[in-house]
Design a protein around this ligand. Structure first.
Ligand SMILES: NC(=O)C[C@H](N)C(=O)O
Length: 483
């Protein structure tokens, strides 16, 4: 059953070839069998899953089911789930049981989807390898010595190993697209404001965006349909009509103008990745698209700007974790100051502390103009680069990362080398534009990811282009050995 895509499972549920209870038991058993090697889940919720599966079967029998009714999903542990521990990968929230439901998970519940559990992630989504999790690193199912990417690495590993039909992720600087690339999945970071951030624990609020991680573009379309839409509870949610994401999947891409940003193919790009992108260009040309070179002249400024803006926002957002209101509290505090200091010193891991310090410094009096203000100006230049590019082309094609998945431990002592792996993904977050990552090949048994970036609210078009590519290639259908 787990070989099937979400779309296929949905059809099998609707035709009564399988029941949600059977499917849910099957995935729970796979989690039991395989997750001790992968560590992709922080919390498994078998009771909740069984209860939801029964309710889903009743809805299917009554003929009142949606495409997602009865589909077993996993959610990144950044989404608040009422009555279920929501840790955000941190010791700080190890004992936090969310008192309310995030909009994203509430929408999936309303559609009748089943929740198998909460997936592992970098602490507070800060990282690109899932090694900063309080719950230990996650292994890549394609090669257990390698990282699955991050910060949504638990979701990526769980979907790639077929421990769930699909999962949710969040992308602040690449956290959906980079792990999708490292594990041969399709992952979509929507336009900023397309999906509600209500109940999604905030890291960098002006960049954070939830999205689907799945086996194919078609599966992502089905998931996005449930996730997208205006939410008055999130002040940055955009009241823009939601497209029908599945009806346009079979549209022709003849005449599509694809741009390759020349700055992304300069030094530092692994040669197998470059060759895979070239082969993808050939495939797109064969489908009638035109490929041309474009320029995103300020691309090299993206990393320094992001690593000022994201920590600055994080330092503010994470001030709420003070040992008083949420989560971890130190033992026997001498007074209130001691309580704050020790709860934060003991509750946060090294990378989170580093970013709080960088962010607080960048925002402090005397440095604000030199760092934060400059970074905001660069952000505008990067947005303008995209707007100029979309005058010339319909979409931009580029790798998701400079290399395939690196080894666990390889970059752990050098945070800057880890930050540099985000070079191709963070520009889209700074500009707020959508991007879809999809598999483009393999090298030494490890997946190679590429991404298509489009103008604001072009999700339906991106899904259509990715689906057309997947109709003519089979990278996305491959399953890691042993799973
Ligand atoms: N959260 C993300 O999108 C990952 C990015 N590497 C970061 O650490 O900020």
């Amino acid at each position: 059953m787990h070989e099937k895509t979400l779309a296929e499972l949905s059809r099998a549920l609707h035709s009564k070839a399988i029941s949600s209870v059977e499917l849910t038991e099957h995935y729970l058993q796979r989690i039991e069998q395989h997750d001790s090697q992968l560590n992709s889940f922080i919390t498994v919720t078998p009771e909740l899953a069984r209860e939801q599966a029964k309710a889903a079967d009743a809805r299917l029998a009554a003929g009142d089911a949606t495409a997602l009714t009865g589909i077993p999903l996993a959610h990144k542990d950044v989404f608040c789930t009422q009555g279920v521990r929501t840790s955000c990968g941190s010791k700080m929230l190890d004992n936090f049981v969310a008192p309310y439901e995030s909009t994203v998970t509430a929408r999936f519940n309303a559609a009748g989807a089943v929740t198998l559990g909460k997936t592992n992630m970098d602490e507070f989504a800060m990282g690109s390898s899932t090694e900063s999790s309080f719950y230990g690193p996650v292994c890549n199912p394609w090669n257990a010595e390698h990282v699955p990417g991050g910060s949504s690495g638990g979701s990526a590993a769980a979907v790639a190993a077929r421990l769930c039909a699909a999962a949710t992720g969040t992308d602040t600087g690449g956290s959906i697209r980079q792990p999708a690339g490292f594990t041969a999945l399709t992952g979509l970071k929507p336009t900023y404001g397309r999906i509600s951030r209500w109940g999604m624990i905030a890291y960098a609020s002006s960049l954070d965006q939830g999205g689907p991680m799945a086996r194919s573009a078609e599966d992502c379309a089905l998931l996005l349909q449930s996730m997208a839409g205006f939410d008055p509870q999130d002040s940055t949610s955009v009241d823009h009509p939601v497209d029908d994401y599945t009806s346009g999947l079979n549209g022709s891409i003849k005449g599509l103008r694809i741009g390759l940003p020349k700055e992304y193919f300069a030094s530092g790009l692994d040669s197998a990745t470059a060759a895979a992108i070239e082969a993808a260009c050939q495939q797109f040309r064969a489908l009638g698209a035109e490929v041309q070179e474009i320029s995103l002249p300020n691309a090299e400024l993206a990393i320094p700007a992001y690593y000022v803006i994201a920590p600055a926002e994080a330092s503010s957002n994470l001030s709420r974790f003070d040992g008083v209101r949420f989560g971890y509290r130190c033992e026997d505090p001498a007074d209130l100051t001691d309580l704050y200091k020790r709860s934060r010193a003991e509750g946060f891991g090294a990378e989170v502390k580093r970013r709080i310090m960088v962010g607080a410094y960048a925002l402090s009096a005397g440095y604000y103009d030199a760092y934060y203000l400059q970074a905001q100006k660069i952000r505008r230049l990067i947005k303008n680069d995209f707007m100029a590019a979309y005058e010339q082309v319909d979409v931009i094609l580029c790798p998701t990362s400079p290399t395939p998945a690196f080894r666990i431990g390889e970059k752990i002592d050098d945070p800057v080398s880890l930050y540099l792996t985000d070079i191709y993904t963070i520009t889209a977050n700074l500009a707020g534009v959508p991007g879809i990552a999809l598999p483009a090949g393999f090298t030494n048994g490890l997946p190679i990811g590429m991404q298509l970036l489009g103008p604001y609210f072009s999700e339906a078009h991106l899904l259509n282009i990715a689906h057309q590519y997947q109709q003519h290639t089979d990278w996305h259908t491959r399953i890691p050995t042993g799973y």
